[in-house]
Design a binder for this molecule. Structure first.
Ligand code: ADP
Length: 501
């Protein structure tokens, strides 16, 4: 790790000595600290151990490529189904883009919604996602997602990952996004919880293990080639799950499919390079929606760091360089991004007050990273960020009136209006859109089998998560990626284990 704190290193060292003394099996280690890097944001400091490369076998029932939410859910489910399963991760740390997810998981008809009197249905979840995706989502995949969402929330709860706080996502009329009760970012919380379960079930996780090829014989998958710490090894498997994530950090691929995104920053971790798509294409896999690349409206450009949509959901507004609101902040991501890009300055500010600040743990990270500007009055804040003071004051005054009347007469915003903006100090974060999620990818069916152009499945090959395409259509609703990785990750684990028998 780059800027490991000294005391933490000492603790890690002592812990290592303790393990050696106990005769523990060999492991490689990762020490995580929330303040250490902009790449990995976790819900708290944690110590992780990975399996030593010398323990890598020549053969497994199921190989999972990638250790994000999809890969970890797949490996857990394959193990639950009785398979000898392994995770291969090319980066030195696990978690992928999942670690960076700050929102939550959409699900309908859940026990947590029912407890909170939220009257939601799978059909409405389906319809609103389809509307957000402009009617281009794969209907069967989407149906599978919504119909299995409540059960997935229960499964997570049963393994100690409790997403009981339910709130709003842009584009939805019902509170449907499920988050950790303590307000922490969902990604770190999920990765910590899934990792803990994998360790308990003794599923080996190898990091620095870059899968370079999926091998086959007569069209059926036989295993992978992997570079472990630079050395190539061939491993046999009865089935392979590709959970290698999207291509949001591969600018060549991004510009191949969407040249207009050439100068955009990306919120993605470095390992999101689309390897899974390339390797499956070599076996004849079909892809869908490759040009559907989501830009997120609120990215702090200097650090390519996302300001969660939940901040707007909690009551923040967006203002332009004139200090004026310019759009319904709770519209879908594509529309809010387009509105920012239509401003002559092509950036905006997220504005909120201390009341909101004290309700959101994610803002701790934004402050630690130096993303926030803070002042005691709205006028002083305006001065700090260089927008006309009178304009910003008038904007906030009008906003408070709309909140009180529950009626935004200017832009028709209807959600995220539960608290006004009156408690000092006041905050601003300068943002602009950035590449966030690649919605296209490998074509799969509801069994997560990877399909060829002719619609037939490649025997033994499964895929789940951001590496696949079709679920989100033209625009992904916030909270649907976590639903995607958990629900289809589980299915990929179960199906690949079944196939391996
Ligand atoms: P998802 O959200 O679909 O689970 P993530 O981005 O969270 O996707 O995780 C995908 C993981 O796969 C990342 O940790 C990434 O580094 C890893 N990965 C990508 N390509 C390879 C590869 N060739 N070999 C091993 N791991 C890979």
């Amino acid at each position: 790790m780059k800027k490991k704190k000294i005391w933490f290193s000492l603790l890690a060292g002592l812990f290592a000595l303790f393990l050696v003394a106990c005769g523990s099996s060999k492991t490689s280690k990762e020490t995580k600290d929330v303040t250490s890097t902009t790449e990995e944001v976790v819900s708290g400091a944690s110590e992780r151990e990975y399996t030593d490369p010398s323990e890598m076998k020549d053969s497994y029932d199921v190989i999972v490529i990638g250790s994000g939410g999809a890969g970890m859910s797949a490996a857990l489910s394959a193990k639950e189904a009785g398979a000898d399963v392994v995770i291969l991760e090319k980066m030195p740390v696990i978690g992928g883009n999942t670690s960076k997810s700050s929102g939550g998981m959409n699900a309908s008809e859940t026990k947590f919604q029912k407890e909170q009197g939220i009257d939601d249905t799978n059909d409405l979840f389906y319809e609103e996602t389809l509307k957000g995706g402009k009617g281009t989502n794969d209907p069967e995949l989407l149906r599978y997602l919504v119909d299995n969402s409540s059960e997935a929330i229960d499964w997570l709860d049963s393994i100690g990952i409790t997403l009981s706080d339910v709130s709003f996502s842009g584009g939805f009329s019902k509170a449907r996004i499920h988050r950790p009760a303590d307000g922490s970012a969902v990604g770190g919380y999920l990765v910590d919880g899934l990792y803990k379960n994998l360790m308990e079930k003794k599923v080996p996780i190898f990091v620095n293990s870059n899968v370079t090829k999926i091998t086959e014989k007569d069209g059926a998958v036989t295993g992978v080639k992997v570079k472990v710490d630079g050395k190539e090894k061939t491993i046999k498997a009865k089935s392979v799950v590709i959970a290698a994530g999207g291509f949001g950090a591969n600018m060549d691929m991004i510009t191949e499919y969407k040249p207009e995104l050439k100068n955009y920053v990306t919120t993605n971790q470095k390992g999101a390079t689309g390897d899974g798509i390339d390797m499956a294409k070599e076996l004849g896999a079909a892809t869908v929606d490759m040009d559907k690349i989501q830009i997120h409206p609120t990215v702090y450009q200097e650090k390519s760091f996302l300001v969660s949509e939940a901040i707007r959901g909690e009551g923040a507004i967006l203002v332009n360089a004139e200090g004026k609101r310019f759009y319904n902040e709770m519209e879908t991501r594509d529309n809010v991004s387009a509105a920012i890009n239509a401003l002559p300055e092509r950036y905006a500010y997220v504005i909120f007050d201390q009341e909101l600040r004290s309700h959101s743990k994610s803002i701790d990270t934004y402050e630690e990273m130096g993303m926030t500007v803070k002042a005691d009055t709205i006028e002083a804040l305006a001065k700090e960020i260089g927008v006309p003071e009178a304009n910003l004051k008038a904007t906030v005054d009008s906003w408070n009136k709309y909140v009180e009347a529950k009626n935004d007469t200017e832009f028709g915003r209807a959600t995220g209006m539960d608290r006004n903006m009156t408690k000092a100090p006041f905050y601003a974060i300068k943002i602009a859109p950035g590449i966030h999620h690649t919605m296209g990818g490998l074509k799969i069916n509801t069994k997560t089998e990877v399909l060829k152009e002719d619609g037939t499945a490649i025997p033994g090959l499964y895929a789940a998560g951001e590496v696949t395409g079709g679920v989100h259509g033209s625009n992904r609703i916030g909270g649907n990626a976590v639903a995607d990785i958990i629900i289809f990750g589980r299915q990929a684990g179960t199906q690949s284990a079944l196939y391996s028998k």
